[in-house]
Design a protein around this ligand. Structure first.
Ligand code: EPU
Length: 417
């Protein structure tokens, strides 16, 4: 299995270009199930999660090609409505095929995603939403089965904003008969990207990006060509790495408006941020001020940036409190950071107190999930000595060519086998 080796201590300098967003691409690709024709997606990142959803769609019968960041999916060939365990277990986001399959074919069977390193991650709101649209849901031997002659529009209220839940229900409601309203919907930019794509396909949606999304169902959708938005979490990861190494990095091809929370918190650490069009320059400060964060649904500080920010706070001047409010078990990286000499204590499961130190020391560490792996890379970049990160397959699920991008910024980082 591949490992990442980092000789720490180098300032990052230069320019890096951000790839398309994994979490925007996945629902877009799932939306092609709704269409009896060929959908085209550009700026698709080359990642394991994309390979996983492509395999899943091919297994359903779709014809897919993926070349030079362009993925085409021909939904005309779909003849199977069952997403099998072997494919779903590789990626929880496979649940995104449930809404579109039942909307187009009136029947879907999707392996129930299991727990995950960062939390239990139930899908109850996806299922109760589909029931509200008239689907009959049953569970059988680890599979969720949803059936409906035709979905019927309805009011759906989410107890808490759920990103993939909102996406699944949007994709279901666009082909339902009549009007639907999604209340307390997630507002992430990825939701807006999906709504824009569905609108291009002929769907009638308003309010995406706000907590209330209104959808008027249509009888069918037509193929569209959609560009994936830049990955705001990849952008944030490079920005935090720039601040942590006291570097000077221009992050190109991002949408600064999508990373407002991260920019504010980085400014509070003393970093200088310059925004010009689609690029953000981060100049790290010699003295990194400690800053408290609380993860929240968009536009709050993203849970997907919590681990990376914690790595930065390990070398801040002072103490910072990190409150993870989205997932119940998203501090596994803290134990690995402790092995690198960080001073972190966790209380009540969801609060971390990080007491800043002058430096971290390199150590062999293990990635436990995608964003934890990015946090360990940042820690390796600032630590004294050679850090070896194992289980980097987690990182390959969501960061395109990360070691090449960091190398181009002057990091001493390589993949070893
Ligand atoms: N939740 C429920 N019931 C549900 C759905 C969610 O209780 O039916 C809870 C979750 O357990 C969690 C909260 O609601 O406590 C929010 O979870 P959400 O459903 O929004 O998460 P998700 O849709 O499964 C997406 C991203 C995650 C990201 C979260 C939060 C994709 C494919 N995944 O997950 O991304 O952390 O939103 O922003 O979009 C990552 O990229 O590393 C990643 C984990």
């Amino acid at each position: 299995m591949d490992k990442i080796q980092i000789n720490g201590g180098r300032r990052l300098t230069g320019e890096v270009t951000i790839s398309g967003a994994k979490n925007a691409a996945l629902p877009l690709i799932a939306s092609s199930i709704l269409v009896n024709g060929k959908s085209t997606f550009t700026n698709v990142p080359k990642l394991m999660d994309i390979v996983s959803i492509k395999k899943l769609l091919e297994d359903l019968g779709a014809g897919c090609t993926f070349e030079n960041s362009t993925l085409t999916v021909d939904g005309a060939g779909i003849h199977k409505i069952e997403a099998e365990y072997e494919l779903v277990r590789k990626m929880r986001a496979s649940i995104l095929v449930l809404g579109p399959l039942v909307a187009r074919f009136g029947h879907a069977k999707v392996s129930m995603p299991g727990g995950c390193a960062i939390g239990a991650r139930p899908v109850n709101m996806h299922l109760s939403g589909l029931e509200a649209l008239g689907a009959t849901i049953s569970m059988d031997h680890g599979y969720i089965e949803a059936k409906a002659d035709r979905l019927i529009g309805n009011d759906i209220y989410f107890d808490i904003p759920t990103v993939t839940g909102t996406e699944n229900l949007m994709m279901a409601a666009v082909l339902a008969k009549g009007a639907s309203t999604l209340r307390n919907a997630a507002r992430e930019p990825e939701i807006v990207c999906l709504a824009d794509a569905l609108t291009q396909m002929g769907a009638k949606i308003s309010g995406a990006g706000t907590p209330i999304i209104s959808i008027e169902g249509v009888d069918h959708l037509t193929p569209a060509s959609v560009n994936v938005i830049p990955d705001r979490i990849e952008a944030g990861t490079f920005m935090v790495a720039a601040a942590a190494t006291r570097g000077d990095v221009v992050v190109k091809g991002c949408i600064p408006d999508h990373i407002g929370g991260i920019i504010s918190k980085l400014k509070a650490t003393g970093a200088t941020i310059e925004i010009a069009g689609n690029q953000v320059r981060v100049k790290g400060s010699d003295i990194i001020k400690s800053v408290d964060i609380k993860t929240q649904p968009y536009p709050g500080f993203p849970t997907d940036m919590q681990a990376q920010f914690m790595a930065l706070m390990t070398i801040a001047n002072g103490n910072s409190t990190i409150h993870e409010s989205i997932f119940e078990n998203r501090f596994i990286h803290a134990n690995e950071l402790l092995r690198m000499g960080a001073d972190i204590s966790i209380s009540n499961g969801n609060y971390a107190m990080v007491r800043g130190k002058d430096r971290l020391q390199a150590a062999p560490v293990m990635a436990s999930d995608l964003r934890a792996s990015a946090s360990l890379v940042i820690a390796g970049l600032i630590a004294e000595g050679t850090t070896l990160i194992s289980r980097v397959y987690h990182m390959d699920r969501g960061y395109e060519g990360i070691e090449k991008k960091f190398s181009s910024l002057g990091a001493d980082i390589r993949r070893i086998q």
